[in-house]
Structures are given as C-alpha cells and as structure tokens.
Design a protein. Structure first.
Length: 331
C-alpha cells in the first residue's frame, strides 16, 4: 500500500459557491483544478478541511465513522474563517457519492477510505486581505489507506516545548491550513535537533496538543486531557476515546494541567496521541529541556485497550453502542 495520503480515488465531488448560493455537486475525474492566480485562498489562506474514514466490513457494507461530527466541525471551521458555510446535506451527499465511486478501492479494516472534504475561497481579488471570500469551491477527495501501523505501533518520541504556540488562540479549534504552516518550522527544527516525531505544544506550560493530534494521559483508572477551548482542535477520536474510557469504568478528567504535573503523572501514567489517521498511539519518550524521560516501562496496555475498543467498533467487531457508524447505501 502507498504511503498515507498519496493514493487517490479516481473521482472527486465538487461544488461551487457563487452569487450567494451553492451550485449542484458533481463528480469529476481526479486531477488538477483550474484556479485563478488571484484566488483568495492562495494569498490569504481562506481554507479549511476535514479528515475521516469509511470502513468496508467483510459483508461488503460500508460505514462512515461519526460523519455528523466531522461535518459539523467543517461547518464551524468555515464559519470561523468567514467562508460560505456548506449545508450539512450538501456535504453529506458529496461524501457519500465519492464513497460510492470508490467501493472497490477500500481495503479491509484497519484499512479504510480516508475522506478529505476541502473548502477554499476562490474570489479573484488580491485586494481582499481584510475581507472574506464570497466565492468558494468545495470538494471531497478520497484516499484508500492501509494499516497505519503495519509492522507494529512504534512508541513516539515527543519534544515537550513549554514556550511555543502551535497557532493563535482564536484559530486553534479551526481545521485550517494556516495552523499547519505555523507548526511546521518548530516541528522540523525539533525533528532535526532531537530526532523526535512530533512537538507537544505547551505554551506558558499549558499542555495543549501536537501539530495534528490530541494528547491524553492514561492512568490505571482514569484519563486526563485538556478541556475543550478554542486553543486546540476538538478531535473526534479524543471524544470517542473519552466515551469508551467511561464505558470501561475509567474516570474522565477534562482539565487544564501543566508540564510539571504531566511529567509527574508520567511516572505511572501512559501518554498517547489521538487522531483519525493513527487512532491512538503511545508516547515512549519525552524530551524536555534537553532531558530524555522514558515512559511505559511495562509496555502500553491501557493505550492498547482503548485503541482496540475503538478499532473494534470501526471494523464491526464490537457493537456500535453509541450510534457512531453511518451506513452508506450505494445503488
Ligand atoms: C485533525 C486534528 C486532530 C485530530 O482530530 P480527529 O478528529 O481525532 O481526527 C487533532 N489536532 C489537530 C491539530 C488536527 O488537525
């Protein structure tokens, strides 16, 4: 299987917003899109996206994981960027229609069809730095993805940065390109200097998240993670893991905590990153102020238990008690 995100379905769905209304969505072959060189997105980063998965079970049925939550988050992202907000129905139909063209390409779980709705501001106006885009294009592309952990999940090496911000506070919960641009240079510098996988951004000591995944501490009978605010992305995986932890009788503590508390807790807690692409991945090493701190001497059984609880729902091997799967019917 090709590397995550580098292989695409043969078609995408696309719709345009002009003169105050969304036009009809249509399917077209995957390939370059015509774009005006003055398009708002190219200069002023008016863009947001989503990432979620559809699973094909052994019986051939296809199920999207929590598409309602992802579509609601996409609409919130669009709103926060003052982009035209696509209707839930339009987005849902576009997602389902691209899935239905790609059925044969969906690998079995833990593989999936990764869905990437993307919204861009297309108004051709380079004078619009301080005004919103009033023309936009929405497309949904799909990418067959294999087992992210083929060959076993390797515990991550993470730099704990207690000064830098991942992005600005009022865009933290918006899934927008500019946030990844902001996190890129610090992440590359950390990779080069400390050979880490990711940076855990903890500005002023407040433990937030990495460039593209949420952070959780997992104790014997509790999970500790930051409460929802606008500084970080509200992961659907995070929400699902917290719910499943509650189902397993664990206490869920959504509260702010500092780097020093986190390092103290790491003595008898596991630490993990959550996100759609990699589900829940244990952290094996923190680098903090030049010191290496090892976690999970006895392995990562609690992380594995929560990850399996979630992956079994994806694969249809465990009951969908919370109604998280939406079955797609193609005919
Ligand atoms: C997408 C994303 C996540 C994970 O969200 P999920 O809904 O769990 O996939 C976490 N942090 C950032 C910055 C993200 O972009």
């Amino acid at each position: 299987m090709a590397a995550f995100g580098t292989e695409f379905s043969e078609q995408l769905t696309i719709a345009h917003y002009v003169d105050g209304a969304w036009g009809p969505a249509s399917l077209q072959p995957m390939g370059p899109l015509p774009i005006h060189p003055a398009a708002h997105v190219l200069h002023y980063a008016s863009t947001c996206f989503e990432g979620f998965k559809a699973y094909r079970w052994d019986d051939g049925s296809v199920h999207i994981f929590r598409s309602d939550m992802h579509i609601a988050r996409m609409r919130n992202s669009a709103k926060s960027l003052h982009l035209p907000v696509p209707d839930t129905e339009l987005l849902t139909n576009m997602v389902e229609s691209v899935i239905c063209t790609s059925l044969a390409d969906i690998p079995p779980p833990p593989g999936a069809l990764y869905l990437r709705p993307t919204l861009i501001g297309t108004t051709p106006n380079i004078g619009a730095a301080a005004s919103p885009a009033d023309q936009a294009t929405l497309f949904v592309l799909a990418s067959p993805v294999g087992d992210y952990f083929k060959g076993g999940a390797k515990p991550l090496r993470i730099l704990v940065d207690d000064t830098r911000y991942r992005t600005v506070e009022h865009l933290g919960s918006t899934k927008t390109g500019a946030n990844y641009a902001a996190a890129l240079a610090p992440t590359l510098a950390a990779k080069q200097k400390f050979d880490v996988d990711q940076v855990l951004f903890c500005p002023e000591g407040d433990v937030q998240e990495t460039g593209a995944a949420n952070f959780l501490l997992i104790g014997k009978d509790r999970v500790v993670t930051k409460p929802l605010d606008t500084s970080f992305l509200h992961g659907v995986t995070r929400d699902s893991i917290l719910t499943l932890a509650g189902d397993l009788g664990m206490r869920v503590e959504e509260r702010d905590f500092s780097v020093s508390e986190m390092l103290a807790l790491a003595e008898d807690h596991e630490a993990a990153l959550s996100g759609t692409a990699a589900c829940l991945t244990p952290i094996g090493t923190f680098i903090h102020q030049g010191k290496e701190i090892q976690l999970g001497e006895g392995g990562f059984p609690r992380t594995a238990r929560l990850r399996d609880a979630l992956c079994d729902i994806h694969a249809g091997k465990a009951g969908d008690l919370h109604g998280w799967l939406q079955r797609v019917s193609c005919n």
